[in-house]
Design a protein around this ligand. Sequence first.
Ligand code: AHM
Ligand code: MG
Length: 353
Amino acid sequence: MPYDILTLRRFLLQEYRTHGVEKDLVFLLEDIATACREISFATRNGAFSGQLGATDSTNVQGETQKQLDVFANDQFISHIRNCSRVVALVSEELDEVIWLKRTATAGDYIVYFDPLDGSSNLDVNLSVGSIFSIAHLPGRVQVGDDKALLRAGTDQVCAGYSIYGPATSLVITLGNGVHEFANHLGTGEFRVVSANMHVPEDSNEFAINCSRYADWDTPVRTYVEECIAGTEGPRGKRFNMRWTGSMVVDIHRILTRGGVFLYPDDRDNRDKGGKLRLMYEANPMGFLIEQAGGLASTGRGRILEIPPTSVHQRASVILGSKNEVERIEAHYRDFDAAGGIEAEKKAAEAEAS
Ligand code: AHM
Ligand code: MG
């Protein structure tokens, strides 16, 4: 029986004392943790409460909403609005931004969240999660001016996710490392189980939806082909592949034992800018991965430095072990130096004629 129990509350108070984390941010994180506990309970009881299955509505992404997507979104909003310094909320499930205050002041919090990521996994009883990101409003702005919410990933003051798996965990960064808190059944407390998580620099595990192979750009194909060539290929070792369909789960695995996660833009999704959303998927996960010693790239640059142009915009996402991400970036550089997509198109046209 361990005697040293570090609860989320005690951890946050330590952060307040040692790193000057604001008290309101401590309260806000406790409210988010409560929302996550509610969502965890609801996902476990979905079959009994009649909450499994779809609604007849679609979200801004054009995806059918599950009942639990809607429930999770409501939980985030109800709990977060307890914090009087939160000025605005951006949710994957809502077309419009929710402005909570009458006057928007510098230093107010903006919270971006995906209330239930990977929700297509719910009906088959696979793990899902919630993702969130918090930034400061930089100055006094007019309430309703959504442009003021377009903060780059480098402006995040906190990011995290909750994973609803065999155990429910909360993983957060406040810019001083990444820490995992497991939810203790009985007391309901979140307690530290992994302090200062670290993504190993090297790995032999990759995560990508291989059914999109035909749409990938050459750099991604080259990387995956090198991996699956095994001991006979240029990497000289066997690789393992994992893809859960829940970004939270794939990123949690990478934070735990390393690896690389790819959802790049490709021929099929390029018009939309990729698949995953910048403000509440790519940025928070990028912040966490960087804080744990990994890299977060689009293939051509740092995710956290993407200048946002819309609250629901998408991004190309490559996250994980440093040496693997750098290798993929090198493939992109070689590809671009040879003329990139345009050069490939021309070569294909010339061959066909
Ligand atoms: P969601 O936010 O609508 O749940 O979509 C995001 C999910 C990620 O969790 C996951 O990595 C990806 O979409 C799965 O995509 P695919 O269906 O192409 O495998
Ligand atoms: Mg989602």
